[in-house]
Ligand binder design. Structure first.
Ligand SMILES: [Zn+2]
Length: 205
């Protein structure tokens, strides 16, 4: 009887929500993201935290800020310097949908991209967060995740850099991966300023 009960319980755990395929995401990005968040109200953003040292970046510093040396994001480093932060956790800055989670090749390493819906709030309907040079990644494209979810760990892109998190925030969610640096900032947000201004977003549902 006990065995049967455990069996039923473990089967129940296996039953997961359907994960969107890359094709689902591609089509929705073309036709409008609203369809993806249908019946997913609990994954609409209720505010933003920092991607390391949850929730306030405690124990980390921003070694290269937005627009510094034409940088398109922030570079989060552990206070210990060097590679002391390798393997430490990276968290999703808000509720959202993972749209990309894979090795993007030399210079980028493992990259995670998450779309956040801000319906009815602020200036933007959607923003995207991007986490690069990850040592490991724990999410798959098509998964909905809550704010603070551990999406991966800090890495060094196969030894290209001293370990750090390259973190971008974009209000144009249709941009390609890009190159991390550019002389044009259209579509990009200053991540730290945006997070500080949007720590709490009141839910309208
Ligand atoms: Zn960077």
């Amino acid at each position: 009887m006990l065995f049967f009960f455990c069996f039923v319980l473990s089967c129940g755990k296996e039953k997961k929500e359907k994960v969107l395929t890359q094709e689902d995401i591609r089509l929705a990005m073309e036709q409008g993201l609203d369809s993806l968040f249908l019946n997913k109200e609990k994954f609409i953003s209720n505010g933003f935290d920092f991607p390391v040292g949850k929730p306030n970046a405690k124990g980390y510093y921003n070694a290269q800020g937005f627009m510094e040396n034409f940088h398109l994001g922030d570079d989060w480093n552990g206070l210990g310097g060097g590679d002391t932060d390798i393997g430490l956790p990276i968290y999703s800055v808000s509720n959202g949908l993972v749209i990309y989670a894979e090795d993007a090749g030399e210079g980028w390493g493992n990259v995670v991209r998450v779309v956040h819906k801000l319906e009815g709030q602020g200036f933007f309907n959607y923003v995207e967060s991007l986490y690069a040079h990850c040592d490991e990644i724990f999410v798959k494209a098509g998964s909905f995740i809550p704010k603070g979810y551990k999406i991966g760990t800090i890495g060094n892109a196969d030894g290209h850099y001293k370990a750090h998190l390259h973190f971008e925030l974009r209000h144009d969610v249709s941009l390609p991966l890009g190159g991390g640096y550019a002389t044009e900032y259209a579509g990009y947000l200053n991540p730290t300023l945006f997070i500080e201004a949007n720590r709490k977003i009141p839910m309208i549902y």
